[in-house]
Design a protein around this ligand. Structure first.
Ligand code: UT7
Length: 321
């Protein structure tokens, strides 16, 4: 039994904010943001939009494309760091209800920007025991975690959701390999405060994102390189045989550096950071949905999906279309 991607979907907020439209109070320029990150714009959720609503939109689109009926879905897995509720209920339960997956279980998975690739491997593993279709979503509203007075972080992120529907099938290919890694020694390199480590309310903090940009940058280049090499090696492929790398979109320069170290031409890294910025769990499935719409996949193509982020976490899955 092989696990194939049968449908792709995207859920983006209505409002797009270009670098020129950022609040004037932020001491930054379009030139700095583009040259240091590759980002020109991002989508920002309005007060009526959330991780749950964007995920629902993406999941509905993916289900429609797959031809799977909501009642046939066995599990809904939502990778997110910014669920609608603090702790519970899970975002996945909201999505399961809104898409009408009345026979499904649902749970959230937290692995920050690596969440979607983790969720793909978790779904694949579960489907070996229960082969019903699984909806896998990556969704985040990162613009609600940043301090909008901190130019080091607020310009980097955007909001959005992407989804796939996985179907078990005898056809060869599908998800072939996975690499999932973690190093909690890096807990303070990238983190959101708040949480339950301390008693409340004395130590209640607002849940802002904190990042040591340079450390994350250096980690990310190495992680991206390592994951692609490991996926290729596990499958017995040369790097040349990988048709597309679909990486987490955190910074154009991170991916450019990783591509150079691998000797892979940057034209084989699918990039959409310019328009969407860093949407955390959603970057990879949003890129997949866009690539599917653009007709970029051919049967037999090897696609390496790569994530890296807070935890620290990193990983990837190799998919044959
Ligand atoms: O999903 C994973 C999440 N995060 C990441 O992947 C981020 C990884 N890190 C990065 O992408 C980069 O480190 C940044 C984009 C965050 C920063 O780029 P950099 O080339 O490492 O810049 P820098 O930290 O060396 O800062 C250079 C200068 C500093 O000014 P001084 O101290 O040299 O006077 C910053 O204050 O750029 C300044 N700066 C800005 N200037 C204008 C930082 N942010 C901005 C800004 N606009 N938005």
């Amino acid at each position: 039994m092989n696990i194939h991607i049968a449908g792709f979907g995207a859920g983006l907020p209505e409002q797009k904010v270009t670098n020129h439209e950022l609040p004037k109070s932020i001491d930054t320029t379009d030139e700095w943001i583009v040259s240091h990150t590759g980002i020109s714009s991002r989508y920002v959720a309005s007060k009526n939009e959330s991780s749950g609503s964007l995920a629902t939109k993406a999941a509905q689109e993916a289900l429609k494309m797959s031809g799977v009926k909501p009642e046939e879905v066995g599990m809904v897995i939502v990778a997110t760091s910014t669920p609608d509720y603090n702790v519970f209920p899970s975002c996945a339960c909201l999505v399961q209800h809104h898409i009408g997956a009345v026979n499904a279980g649902a749970f959230d998975l937290l692995a920050a920007c690596s969440g979607f690739v983790y969720a793909m491997q978790v779904a694949r593993s579960m489907m070996l025991l229960d082969p019903r279709p699984v909806v896998v979503v990556g969704t985040d509203v990162m613009t609600r975690t940043v301090d909008w007075t901190d130019r080091n972080t607020c310009v980097l992120f955007g909001d959005g959701a992407g989804a796939v529907v996985l179907k078990a099938d005898k056809r060869p290919g599908g998800i072939l390999q996975s690499v999932l890694r973690s190093d909690g020694g890096g807990e303070r390199v990238l983190y959101c405060d708040g949480g339950y480590r301390h008693p409340k309310p004395e130590n209640m903090t607002p849940g802002f994102l904190h990042m040591d940009g340079k450390k994350v940058f250096n980690f990310a280049v190495k992680a991206c390189e390592e994951v692609i090499r490991d996926l290729a090696q596990k499958q017995g492929l040369s790097l040349d045989q990988i048709t597309w790398v679909v990486p987490h979109q955190a910074n154009f320069r991170i991916l450019d550096a990783a591509a150079r170290r691998l000797g892979i031409d940057m034209s084989r890294f699918y990039m959409n950071i310019s328009e969407l910025a860093n949407t955390s769990s959603a970057t990879v499935p949003l890129a997949l949905a866009q690539m599917s719409r653009e007709g970029r996949f051919k049967s037999g193509d090897y696609i390496a999906l790569v994530g890296f982020g807070a935890g620290l976490t990193w990983g990837g899955v190799l998919v044959q279309m």
